[in-house]
Design a protein around this ligand. Structure first.
Ligand SMILES: *Cc1c(COP(=O)(O)O)cnc(C)c1O
Ligand SMILES: [Zn+2]
Length: 426
């Protein structure tokens, strides 16, 4: 049976099986034969699978497989029924932002607590198909937790490279407990990334970072499922945190493919939000306003409370540029203060997310203040990771900013408790 092609995103050369980077240096991508597909027929198929409760169609990724991995062998699929994440419209947050319509899609509700599962189910399925003997990745934490879980599900040994002391403890705990081998590197994520590429090449392991184009294919399902959630009514803005730029690449590719199939009446604008201390992609866009030939310059010491996007040398930058341009989107930078203030709002609405995810709400907030998002617009915020991924940041913030009024300590004495509550609830 014919295989899907992987072609260079820059020069269109076809890449050999198992290779993700072209001789010219650019990344490869999966090329689907959209011309042979019927958009309306596909859509009817997707909608028909909406309520599936068992089998691969219960997965919010594999339900859309014709646009992800059309020739997949069903028995090789390694799935945990990822996706099927909820949409929230908390009135308090709509009011805080002063927005016409807000939809929050919470990707932290995936099996291991982040959207990484959507890419991993596809990447690991492909690794099984190609007969890989082991799988590996570099990670700021969530990719490693996901790789460990899907490695266990597939019965494949998994190895992860993380920056020592730089990942949230819950993510490290998941990775270790799910049985992956953890290699802690003295350095940052970018150093870990450089090492894993070499290790995979020399020691014959499958590389499961988002330079693997199958990860990108899986992450496209965030957009497919979002539009299905919205009954295919296109929102004005889709706003999300951006680190390694895999999601930026995946979201744009998904939208372009749907557009080409005639399933979108117009393009929503993609807004990639970076943390100020780790914002090479944002700076690149700023520079380009003055100098159209500017190149992306990696940052040597990225630093932010949002550890999931603490990345100085984003691998998918070239794809991401194409997608921001294709949707006439924007790239923003928000401070750690703005991120944590947005997180306070999301947490306070009883929804919660990890710090990186809150960059999406901080980004919407900024665009409203700048008058770019209008008061009648429909903006979607993608929350990328679960609150429980990083509880330290929440507790520290509450302690350091005097928001500890939510905690009272009293003796086990009714009168003392009644008195303290009276004060506390006033
Ligand atoms: C991986 C991750 C991101 C960054 O996504 P990219 O595709 O690398 O830009 C953002 N938030 C969370 C919670 C993540 O785990
Ligand atoms: Zn090339």
């Amino acid at each position: 049976m014919a295989q899907e092609k992987i072609v260079c995103m820059r020069c269109e050369d076809e890449l050999e099986a198992g290779r993700y980077r072209c001789r010219c240096g650019a990344l490869g991508e999966v090329r689907h034969d959209l011309e042979s597909m019927n958009g309306e027929g596909l859509l009817a198929g997707f909608q028909g699978r909406r309520g599936a409760r068992s089998g691969v169609e219960a997965s919010g990724v594999w339900r859309f497989r014709e646009l992800i991995m059309p020739r997949v062998k069903m028995h090789q699929i390694v799935t945990r029924r990822e996706g099927n994440t909820r949409i929230y419209r908390p009135p308090a947050l709509v009011k805080y932002l002063g927005l016409g319509k807000l939809s929050i899609k919470h990707e932290g509700e995936n099996p291991t607590g982040s959207f990484k599962d959507r890419g991993m189910t596809v990447g690991v399925t492909r690794a099984v198909h190609e007969g890989a003997r082991a799988i590996a990745c570099a990670s700021t934490g969530n990719t490693s937790a996901s790789l460990a879980a899907y490695g266990a599900a597939a019965g494949l040994p998994a190895v992860v490279f993380v920056p020592a002391g730089k990942i949230a403890r819950a993510k490290l705990a998941q990775t270790v407990a799910y049985g992956a081998k953890v290699v802690e590197i003295d350095g940052n994520f970018d150093d870990a990334m450089n090492m894993v590429v070499k290790v995979c090449r020399e020691l014959d392991m499958a590389l499961l970072n988002s330079v693997n184009p199958w990860r990108i294919e899986g992450q496209k399902s965030i957009i497919f499922e979002l539009l299905d959630d919205l009954d295919w009514q296109v929102p004005d803005w889709i706003v999300f945190p951006a680190g390694n730029l895999g999601n930026t690449s995946a979201f744009g590719k998904a939208l372009r493919e749907l557009y080409e199939l005639g399933l979108l009446e117009r393009m929503p604008k993609l807004v990639a939000v970076q943390a100020e201390g780790a914002s090479p992609f944002f700076k690149f866009y700023q520079e380009r306003l003055e100098n159209p030939r500017a190149e992306l310059v990696a940052e040597a010491n990225p630093e932010t409370v949002a550890t999931a996007i603490r990345i100085g040398n984003p691998q998918s930058w070239e794809k991401a540029i194409r997608e921001i341009n294709a949707t006439k989107g924007m790239v923003l930078s928000v401070t750690d203060q703005e991120i944590m203030e947005a997180k306070l709002q999301i947490d306070g609405a009883g929804i919660g997310c990890e710090p990186a995810s809150a960059a999406s709400i901080a980004g919407i907030h900024q665009l409203i203040k700048r008058g770019i998002i209008g008061s009648k617009d429909h903006a979607v915020a993608i929350l990328t990771g679960h609150f429980l991924k990083d509880v330290e940041s929440a507790l520290n913030w509450h302690e350091q900013n005097g928001a500890s009024h939510n905690r009272i300590r009293v003796s086990a004495d009714f009168d003392a408790i009644a008195k303290a509550l009276d004060k506390g609830l006033a």
